[in-house]
Design a protein around this ligand. Structure first.
Ligand code: SF4
Ligand code: SF4
Ligand code: FES
Length: 247
């Protein structure tokens, strides 16, 4: 049976406001359905980004009752019928309009991670890896680039001026994935994570892991191992000897 739900939705740009709407909800619907109905029946100019409605394109990210979530994967049945459901854009990125933010920061950071560096003379198709190594990074490959982890990370959420020095959990995870790749020949991935991507600013609060719709254990399986590798390399007595010899 359908019912009428009370929604509060951010309208406008930075100087916009939360506006109240009453919208019909039917069985089995998700928040994105309601936003679409709102657009179709009351606000034809409501800006919202989406593509797959299946939790796979990563474009419908927003904050629902203050929690970063995918609108297409948030069932209306998780709320009480009497609840007011507040939908706001991701807070960490510049607002374009309504629920749409400019996420180009993430693409800039993606470009700063040097690509996979295969061994010289090895052609694609000739790569051979142990299954255990494939499985280790498989988890990270599930990322749909929704940027919810980037949005929730307090290092940039509360401190815009950290953005130039910090790549955020999604891209530190990319560095960790490459560092774990047995065929990657780039030697300084852990050092680059610290020096170029701001790994030291992450204080392993695990908020990124908490909001990941793919349930990737970003902190435990990527960020902490990467921090351990940085510490290993820094304090390894043998490597220390080599370093001192070079200096
Ligand atoms: S664990 Fe690190 S990357 Fe994740 S939210 Fe906390 S500070 Fe940010
Ligand atoms: S790691 Fe998870 S939260 Fe972060 S961008 Fe990928 S899928 Fe989204
Ligand atoms: S519309 Fe693709 S993840 Fe929500």
């Amino acid at each position: 049976m359908g019912y009428q739900a009370h929604f509060r939705v951010w309208r406008g740009a930075d100087d916009g406001e939360l506006r109240d709407y009453t919208v019909e909800v039917n069985e089995g619907e998700v928040v994105l359905d309601i936003i679409h109905r709102l657009q179709a029946t009351q606000c034809p100019d409501l800006a919202v980004r989406w593509n797959c409605k299946a939790g796979k394109c990563g474009s419908c990210s927003a904050e629902i009752n203050g929690r970063p979530r995918l609108m297409c994967m948030t069932r209306m049945s998780t709320f009480d019928r009497s609840d007011t459901i507040t939908v706001t854009p991701m807070r960490t990125f510049p607002l374009v309009k309504d629920l749409v933010t400019d996420v180009s920061y993430n693409y800039e950071k993606a470009r700063e991670v040097p690509a996979f560096q295969p061994p010289a003379g090895l052609e694609p198709g000739e790569y051979r890896m142990q299954q255990v190594d494939v499985q280790r990074s498989q988890e990270f490959r599930k990322c749909i680039e929704c940027f919810l982890c980037q949005n929730v990370c307090h290092v940039i959420r509360d401190h815009d001026d950290n953005k130039h020095a910090y790549s955020g959990p999604r891209f530190l995870m990319r560095v960790a994935e490459l560092d774990m790749h047995p065929l990657d020949e780039a030697e300084r991935r852990p050092e680059e994570a610290k020096e170029d991507h701001g790994l030291g600013l992450c204080n392993i609060t695990k908020c990124c892991t908490d909001v990941c719709p793919e349930n990737i254990h970003i902190t435990d399986n990527a960020l902490i191992p990467l921090k351990e590798r940085v510490a290993d390399r820094r304090y390894d007595p043998i490597l220390g000897l080599f370093r001192r010899k070079k200096e």
